[in-house]
Design a binder for this molecule. Sequence first.
Ligand code: GDP
Ligand code: MN
Length: 324
Amino acid sequence: TDTESVWGTLEGDQYPRAAHKPQIGRANATFVILARNHEINDIVQSLAEMEHTFNHQYHYPYVFLNDLPFTAEFKERTSKVVSGKVSYGQIPHDHWHQPPTIDEERARKSREDMVRNDVIYGGSVSYRNMCRFNSGFFFRHELLQQYRYYWRIEPGVNFFCDITEDPFVFLQENNKVYGFTISMYEYESTIPTLWETTKEFIRKHPEYVAKDNALKFISDDRGDSYNMCHFWSNFEIADMDFWRSEAYMKYFEFLDSKGGFYYERWGDAPVHSIGAALFAKKEQIHFFKEIGYRHNPFQHCPQGALHTKGKCWCDERNNFDYER
Ligand code: GDP
Ligand code: MN
């Protein structure tokens, strides 16, 4: 197997570590961390803040995923700083790499155009692999099959406030499927045909569109055009069974068949956001306003009484909520 759980033996070290405690949190949930070995310093910093603000009381597990094998150092240092059990998985080849159905000549031309136009990550194939993986594959990984809810964590992010209510249990008890802290506009040059492709899918499958959906969040003209609004997906607390649903899976397969992850540079943020806005009810999407969070260069800092309640250490005046 290309997957190794360190809830066993790892290069002479016995796991679980003393630090790994039985789970106290009541939800079927895990943290999910996609990372590269060289990001270790930024990863352990994110983990330390997650433990400090939340998980030291709950001991939810962590699943680390990588397209390459994790190094012993990565496993050592990450397993040391968390209170929940840890597992490390390698991503199956076809869930990560550009499919052979993609016309590489056309994809390369598009990358070169984007580089010329200064599109961020426009020349990167690995960034496209990452966006496609996060859009349609992470929740199919064998290490995640046993879990329903997840919290995505990235290297070098901050968690500013004590989290006293379990957000996984909150989603479950309120029948919500997607939680965010920051939303913003996507660069149009990365997704020129994403909305036309989405509309084509919806014409084929109108039955998947939820009643009382959040179309108004993503379109200002009743669906004619996409307004580029999306949830910033480096932070997500969400329900993987929603991504595993027929509606979203068919949507992802349709998008993937059009090749836009490679011929353009479709991000997992607009793809997840459009999926959530169309296939879930508006009331199933949740703004976690009490969770202080930063991913450079933006942050959500809870305001007023919430700032006090959470003992937040962010500057309240630095808050993205009402920025463009
Ligand atoms: P940004 O937040 O859009 O600037 O992109 P990041 O560089 O932070 O990448 C997003 C997430 O995917 C982070 O958790 C990265 O660690 C991870 N990631 C990006 N590219 C790769 C890659 O090639 N391999 C692996 N294993 N993880 C990656
Ligand atoms: Mn990032």
